[in-house]
Design a protein around this ligand. Structure first.
Ligand code: BDP
Length: 694
């Protein structure tokens, strides 16, 4: 077991599970003939064949024990079944036990073939659960239209913030060689309902849009098409200039608009269902329309006009902060974008990170959610764990995703959750989207560790339905990845569910953020103050001084709270009504200030660091007890990584306590161990090569 099969392992069933499955999967009846219907059929044959040991036959019409894959266009007999396909849309499906000529049959029905494929994967999930398959009655439709992965993959196969080996896109050998991994990639994504992928890094190279690379992207699009996955590309704003074809990239220059129109036409000739462009503009040194004194909407709309005749879209990122802007970094995206609400073309989405800084272990939700009702806002989560322990630390992100999605923006009163902003229901948007920065590479296990696969899985499931809970998803994943046996599922889910909070505790407790080392954002570096831009330095974020610690974002400080709805701003204005887990994000708090627990802030800070370490120790113990239930390979990997995680957690704890104590000058609370080394020892630590560094 090297993890290659992800959650699509289809292990051989035994005992009653085997007999149940065998009797419910004798044959597959399918009339639809398209490529997508064929992959649905083949996936069922593969999955059921592996689980039962006998490949189901393919029948023209449903018989007793058939799985019947039907669309209205190909199966007139569907009309006489007691099922309604209205409301399922293009991608939804239903699975229902029905009777055909007196025989029990499992019907998977959808308006389009892609719904059949999603339904087939759902059925295979159920089949692996080992439960009854007798009276199934399921309807499912995705709540978000665009469910995308963003690959930060470079053309030289390095991956920015990628910790699972090189890029899976073998640009050199494309378009001729389309390795089997591409198909398995598409299967895995389709099994979750992911329907698009941006192939290249947001820090894009102009070459990505030249003819050879368009041909390579087209080859991938051909592989992905049967799986319902569209290809998108990141576009570098200055591409026409850097390719030497124009002197300017001013969006209002007609030559520039004509260049992009011709480029879009060229791409659509090669990829007729091309999805569109993702753009990082005027952000971290990337070029953009502001270089020509034009705003983001003017830039996005020019590209949108080029794509519009082909049905393409623009995803314009709101991840901006300027080196010459002295204002709080957390406020800058809102300041730039909020005034543009209503000015974007109807095929533009603004893609916003979950928080206002940058994928921290914990961030309050981004103030743009709820603040731009006239613009479809797309969520950007980071699945790759740049700031959460990268490939080795077990920090399940399902809970982080859920926490953001269920945050209440109060934009239209109580209950205006981020999920409702994203799924379009709050403001009546039809064009909706969610993106996850992929954690995929050429490692055999795809994601750098077995447990990192759960983050890809959770992202996909939440993209389908942002109101699914992280715990149910973890349960599903653990059952598919290990076994439905509760002796393994229960402890694994328990480990996962508290793991992200543990990382928050041993890295950035009580609302701290961005105090990672400069060497690749892995270890601790709260003392760092030497980087070129103030907001790249950890000291900018924690602001520890003799009095206290934290970033004052109330009216006495940067007043970032004013970017939120009044209900929220009021609550955040006072320490006493601010959620403790975000405290130092919003306030500069005195070291001796008493928290709700009765402890002083300083004591509480130390205790949180200790709790983080203790949780990791607990995970090691829980995992050790699972040895009898997990195959040796995957057991060993997790055992080793948890051992490394405990070292990391201790290092974080000791380094941060040593550093903060040098400023607070307070004694450690009773029972807390002194850091193993003096502060200078931690400061002198050098980290080895970090694979994801740009
Ligand atoms: C930060 C990463 C950087 C990315 C940037 C982005 O450190 O590598 O290029 O975000 O999202 O998280 O554009």
């Amino acid at each position: 077991e090297d993890g290659y099969d992800l959650w699509l392992r289809y292990p051989k069933a035994e005992g009653t599970a085997l007999s149940t499955l065998s009797s419910h999967a004798t044959s597959i009846a399918i009339a639809a003939q398209g490529d997508t219907a064929k992959v649905a059929r083949d996936e069922l044959i593969r999955g059921l064949g592996k689980m039962t040991g006998v490949n189901p036959t393919v029948a023209g019409t449903p018989q007793a024990g058939s799985i019947w894959l039907a669309t209205p266009a190909t199966d007139p007999a569907l009309a006489s079944q007691p099922v309604k396909l209205d409301g399922l849309g293009d991608e939804g499906y239903l699975i229902r036990t029905v009777t055909v000529n007196g025989n029990p049959v499992t019907l998977i029905a959808a308006n389009r073939e892609i719904g059949l494929l999603y339904g087939a994967f759902h059925y295979l999930r159920l089949a692996q659960g080992g439960g009854s398959l007798d009276r199934i009655d399921i309807r499912s439709t995705p709540k978000i239209k665009l469910r995308l992965l963003n690959h930060w993959d470079n053309l030289d196969r390095t991956v920015e913030r990628g910790y699972a080996g090189q890029s899976i896109w073998d640009w050199w050998r494309l378009p001729e060689w389309k390795g089997p991994r591409y198909t398995d990639y598409a299967r895995a994504n389709a099994s979750l309902g992911i329907n698009g992928t941006v192939l290249n890094n947001v820090n894009a190279k102009p070459e990505s849009l030249t003819a050879p690379y368009i041909a390579k992207a087209a080859a991938l699009a051909d592989v992905f098409r049967p799986y319902g996955i569209k290809v998108y590309l990141s576009a570098r704003w200055s591409t026409p200039v850097e390719l030497g074809e124009l002197k300017t990239a001013d969006p209002l220059d007609p030559q520039v608009a004509a260049w992009w129109k011709a480029k879009a036409d060229e791409i659509y000739k090669a990829i007729p269902d091309f999805g569109g462009f993702l753009v990082k503009a005027n952000s971290e040194g990337q070029p953009g329309p502001q270089d020509y004194k034009r705003n983001h909407a003017e830039g996005a709309n020019m590209l949108a006009a080029a794509l519009k005749p082909h049905g393409g879209i623009v995803m314009w990122r709101a991840f901006v902060y300027a080196h010459d802007n002295p204002d709080d970094r957390a406020k800058q995206a809102y300041a730039d974008f909020k005034p543009l609400d209503g000015q974007f073309a109807d095929n533009v989405l603004v893609q916003v990170k979950n928080g206002a800084i940058d994928f921290q272990p914990r961030e309050p939700f981004h103030p743009l959610f709820g603040a731009m009702p006239k613009t479809p806002l797309m969520m950007e989560f980071q699945i790759t764990k740049e700031y959460l322990g990268q490939s080795t630390n077990l920090t399940y992100l399902g809970t982080l995703f859920q926490e953001t999605l269920e945050s209440d923006t109060y934009a239209k009163g109580k209950g205006s959750t981020v999920a409702k902003v994203i799924d379009g229901s709050l403001d009546g948007h039809k064009l909706t989207g969610i993106a996850g920065v992929a954690n995929i590479g050429v490692d055999r296990d795809w994601s750098g560790s077995i447990f990192n696969q759960a983050d890809w899985y959770a992202f996909g499931r939440l993209a389908w339905d942002p109101e699914l809970g992280a715990e149910g998803i973890a349960r599903e994943w653990a059952a598919l990845t290990f076994s439905p046996d509760r002796r393994i599922v229960d402890p694994v889910v328990r480990m996962m569910m508290g793991s992200r909070e543990a990382a928050v505790n041993y890295m950035t407790p009580l609302g701290l953020a961005h105090i990672m080392s400069v060497y690749g954002h892995y270890g601790p570096g709260p003392w760092v103050d030497t980087l070129d831009r103030p907001e790249w330095n950890p000291v900018y974020y924690h602001r520890a001084d003799a009095q206290g610690i934290g970033f004052d974002r109330t009216a006495t400080g940067s007043n970032a709270i004013a970017q939120y709805a009044p209900e929220i701003a009021r609550r955040l204005a006072k320490v006493s009504t601010t959620p403790e887990n975000e405290l130092l994000w919003w306030h500069h708090v005195g070291w001796d200030q008493k928290l709700s627990s009765g402890e002083t802030l300083w004591d509480s800070l130390v205790h949180h660091y200790d709790q983080g370490v203790a949780y990791v120790q607990g995970m090691r113990q829980q995992w050790a007890a699972l040895r009898p239930y997990v195959d040796a390979d995957r057991f060993k990997q997790t055992e080793t990584f948890l051992m490394m995680q405990e070292q990391d957690a201790r290092l974080w704890r000791n380094a941060c306590i040593a550093y903060f104590q040098s400023i607070s000058k307070r004694p450690l609370p009773a029972g807390a161990a002194a850091p193993e080394h003096p502060l200078e020892w931690y400061k002198a630590l050098k980290w080895p090569y970090n694979p994801g560094q740009p």
